[in-house]
Design a protein around this ligand. Structure first.
Ligand SMILES: *Cc1c(COP(=O)(O)O)cnc(C)c1O
Length: 495
């Protein structure tokens, strides 16, 4: 299995090289040259543990890792850092299945990939005889930052630097990041929104002069954002695992098609679902749920991607994104893997903020559907689901759950559906609690967590206990244009 770049398909590198590099030199994303097929049948998968399924899914994408290497990565990632041995439990409520991906260290789905990425990356470095210190640069809309910090904390040979939009993340998300203690970690609040952060980080990656200077000082960049294929591949596993679980519990017959509804921002999670479908997993629809920043909803409806609109700060901040990076990987397939066509669309996105693929998009209409839900519908969903079943979902999962209701209402498609549940409600406690009952409005975020624990009948996760006990390491704030200088300062590159 080899990887090529969406913007230059004469490139051909191994999986471990793609993971080390993160982003291709000309700015493209690495993609597998073809999709492997699931090597084990669905009945057999049904009896496997999460780790076993992860191995089956990942081994053919990461074919230059030995069995021993990959199993070492998987065993160390999906261990007692997760608060349940199931790793990704499936919960039924009102006929819908919620795939809970928030049982890892930082209680968001980013842990599913970021608890394994450091192992994949350090293994890849060894395999390629790569001895530079790896500098992980990360732009975060809130959850990736903490998950990456936790994943790379104290990992030898790595440093991690996280940029988040100051004022654009939840209080708990911010505290989680600021209380990361390890010496190889640092965090900056940036005066701008997530798109500004992500664009600036991509520019640093492509800054040839900076790269050269870093190289001379013994540093090399990599990425923990979902532009790194090492994040995408582990995410394919939980789609297969969810399906296998439904088979095991006799909820579906092996081969029966199901829908997934995914709260979407950077398009990484749902793209992993599409990769699973391409491996042969019986998926009918992938419902792409957006919040008020509904650029993807409009895209799937019209074929026009247009980011020229106001950026809205919402109650689901991890989905507050107007430039969905991973969509590039889908568009590449849509263009029949023609990297020059793809490159010209991305040029148009950069220069005009838009591009149009209406004609080609028809080919994907039977798989992708765009939906969206604003806070009034999402908060009602949190409220109603709690009232009816006692189950509490977070603000991002609520966007998907409410969007699914709209979809079913409009289409009468009653295919069994898994809602991908991306964060613990504790991470967005105040918004969740005020949706459940107005009397909680305006109350202190940290105090509300005890109350949430009581009404949901769920113990406070360790990630929450930690922010209550750990000191803030440092509070750094910078302008977008200062990010490069901050990086150099942190790496002691000025002397
Ligand atoms: C990152 C994130 C999303 C969006 O996922 P993408 O892969 O960026 O589409 C949704 N919900 C939560 C809680 C997240 O942290």
């Amino acid at each position: 299995m080899f990887y090529t770049s969406t913007r230059n398909n004469s490139i051909k590198i191994t999986a471990s090289q793609a993971i080390l590099k993160g982003l291709s030199d000309e700015g493209g994303l690495f993609v597998p040259e073809e999709f492997p097929k699931l090597s084990v049948d669905l009945e057999t998968l049904a009896d496997m543990s999460y780790k076993e399924v992860a191995y089956i899914v990942m081994k053919d994408f990461l074919s230059d890792f030995t069995e021993e290497e990959l199993k070492y990565c998987i065993d160390n990632a999906y261990d007692s850092k997760f608060d349940t041995e199931e790793i990704a439990p499936l919960v039924e409520a009102e006929g819908t299945y919620y795939l809970e991906l928030f049982h890892g260290k930082t209680i968001a789905f980013k842990d599913m990939a970021l608890s394994i990425l450091p192992y994949l990356l350090t293994t890849a470095a060894k395999k390629n005889d790569f001895h530079k210190e790896i500098v992980i640069l990360t732009a975060t809309s809130g959850d990736t930052g903490k998950a990456a910090l936790a994943g790379f904390a104290d990992v030898k040979g790595t440093r991690i630097m996280v940029f988040y939009p100051k004022g654009g993340v939840s209080k708990i998300q911010e505290l989680q990041m600021l209380t990361q203690q390890e010496k190889n970690t640092c965090v900056y609040g940036v005066k701008g929104n997530f798109d500004d952060c992500q664009t600036a980080v991509k520019e640093l990656f492509n800054d040839e002069a900076l790269k050269k200077e870093m190289d001379e000082k013994g540093f090399a960049f990599s990425s923990a954002n979902s532009i790194n294929i090492g994040r995408l591949v582990p995410q394919v596993a939980y789609y297969v695992y969810a399906y296998a679980k439904l088979v095991k519990e006799d909820r579906i017959l092996p081969g029966e098609k199901i829908n997934f509804c995914v709260p979407t921002g950077n398009f990484g999670n749902i793209l992993a679902g599409f990769y699973a479908k391409n491996m042969g997993l019986p998926i009918n629809k992938l419902i792409c749920a957006s919040n008020e920043n509904k650029v993807l909803f409009d895209f799937f409806k019209t074929g026009e991607y247009d980011k020229n609109r106001d950026f809205v700060l919402t109650k689901s901040p991890s989905m507050d994104i107007l430039i969905s990076s991973n969509l590039e990987r889908l568009i590449y397939l849509l263009m029949d893997r023609d990297s020059s066509k793809l490159a010209s669309l991305m040029k148009s996105l950069k220069e005009n903020g838009s591009y149009n693929v209406k004609k080609e998009l028809e080919a994907f209409n039977d798989t992708f559907v765009g939906e969206y839900s604003d806070w009034s519908d999402s908060s009602k969903k949190i409220h109603d689901l709690y009232e009816d079943t006692g189950y509490v979902i977070d603000t991002h999962t609520a966007v998907a759950a409410a969007a699914l209701d709209k979809y079913v209402h409009d289409t009468k498609d009653h295919t069994k559906t898994v809602v991908v549940s991306t964060a613990s409600p504790f991470k967005f406690g105040p918004a969740v609690m005020s949706a459940i009952d107005k009397k909680y409005e305006g109350k202190d975020a940290l105090k509300l967590l005890d109350e949430l624990s009581k009404i949901a009948n769920v113990e406070k996760p360790n990630a929450i206990k930690e922010i209550l006990s750990l000191p803030i390491k440092a509070e750094n704030v910078c302008e977008i244009k200062e990010m490069k200088a901050c990086l150099k300062k942190e790496l002691n590159m000025n002397n």
